[in-house]
Each structure stands twice: as structure tokens, then as C-alpha cells.
Write a protein that binds this ligand. Sequence first.
Ligand SMILES: CC(C)(COP(=O)(O)OP(=O)(O)OC[C@H]1O[C@@H](n2cnc3c(N)ncnc32)[C@H](O)[C@@H]1OP(=O)(O)O)[C@@H](O)C(=O)NCCC(=O)NCCS
Length: 197
Amino acid sequence: MLHRAKIAVMSVNLNVNLTVNQHSLLSGIALAEMRRLFDAEYRADFGDWDPDGPYGYAPADWHVLAWLGRRLVGHVGFQRRVIEVGGVEVAVAGTGGMLVAPEARGCGVGKRLLFRAQRSMIKDAKLDFGYLGCRPAVVGFYESAGWVRIRAQESHTDRLDPALTVVNDSSPILICPALRPVTEWPNGDVDLRGGAW
Ligand SMILES: CC(C)(COP(=O)(O)OP(=O)(O)OC[C@H]1O[C@@H](n2cnc3c(N)ncnc32)[C@H](O)[C@@H]1OP(=O)(O)O)[C@@H](O)C(=O)NCCC(=O)NCCS
């Protein structure tokens, strides 16, 4: 009986509505709901959410929002940037701010947000690849939405002190196909030419 109940809960499909918003055109309501979503998750440890520099990370210029009625229950954002990979310039959608409200997790909302973001990377922003860094614990989540882990040394400016450069060769980096397939990702070290997302 207990086992059956658990399966029923896990298969709940939330009827969320996804919107794609340019950062500069976000409504006051959307901004207020984003602040509520991020503050609930991170305020105690990282302070107030700042739309133009969230927790010191690079800001998004496109946001995909998941709405349950008027309540925002999920977000992912990306920023266009030309980075350098193995000495070659690559136009990526630097992806971050992936967050689903605790009460909406495990229902496929995160995955739907990533698929919608990928479509926007292609249709709206016309970028070659999605790019992100994450904790090892969530690699499987991104892989479930078609992202692929790459191995490379990555340098970027420090989250709290942009005058410093951070070199990372252990934290997970993942890419997703957009205008180009992942097989065309160049070999070599990655220079983000700015802060991480
Ligand atoms: C990680 C997070 C965004 C996942 O969102 P979600 O809506 O619960 O995920 P989904 O329900 O869409 O899951 C999609 C798939 O990923 C899997 N998955 C979800 N969370 C996972 C995790 N932490 N590790 C590995 N796989 C995970 C699911 O089992 C599901 O697999 P399936 O497609 O084979 O069924 C959400 O848990 C969250 O907001 N966590 C806190 C913030 C965070 O860690 N963000 C990532 C920062 S890099």
C-alpha cells in the first residue's frame, strides 16, 4: 500500500505554463516572483537575490519561467557570450539559475525548463551550444535532459572578486547542442572571458 502511494506521488504531472522572457523586458510581477523563488532557496546562506548579478554569478539575458497559476515555481536563465575553447571562439548560452521550488520538484518541471531553454538558444538567441557548470550531485539531472559532460580546464573570473581568475579542472562542465551538435565542440581549455553562470 505504502509502495503504491509513493508511485502515485512520483508520477504527478504539474500543469505548469512556461514563458520565455528577455531580461530587459521582465515585468514587475515576474521580477517579484523570481525574487520570492530565489530568496526562499538562497537568502539565508547567500543574501538577497540581485537580478543583475545573482550571488555574484553572471546575469542571464533570457529567462525561462515555469508558472503554476500566478505562482512562479521554476526558473532557468542563459546569457549569450563568445568564449574561447582551445583557441577558437565559440558562441554559447551560459546557463544558470536553475531552480525549481521544493513543492514542485520531481514532476519534470526542471527538465521541461531545460528543453524550452534549449529551443530558445536556437530560435531566439541563435547560439551554437548551451554551457554550464554545476555540482557533481546534479550532473544526472542535466544529462537526463540531453546535456553532455565534457572534460576541460576552465578559467573564469572569480564570483566575488572579478579581478581574480579562477582555474577549474574538477567541477563538472556540461554542454548541450543548439545550432551545432555536441560533436563539433572544439578540444582544449575553456576561457569563459568573464564570470561563470
Ligand atoms: C535540480 C532540480 C532543478 C531538478 O528539478 P526537478 O524539477 O525536480 O527535476 P525533474 O523532475 O525535471 O527531473 C528530471 C530528471 O532528472 C532526474 N533528477 C532530478 N534531480 C536530480 C538530481 N539531483 N540528480 C540526478 N538526477 C536528478 C529525475 O529523476 C528525472 O529523471 P528521468 O527524466 O529519468 O525521470 C531541483 O531539484 C532544484 O531546484 N534543486 C535545487 C537547486 C539546484 O540544485 N539547482 C541546480 C544548480 S546547478
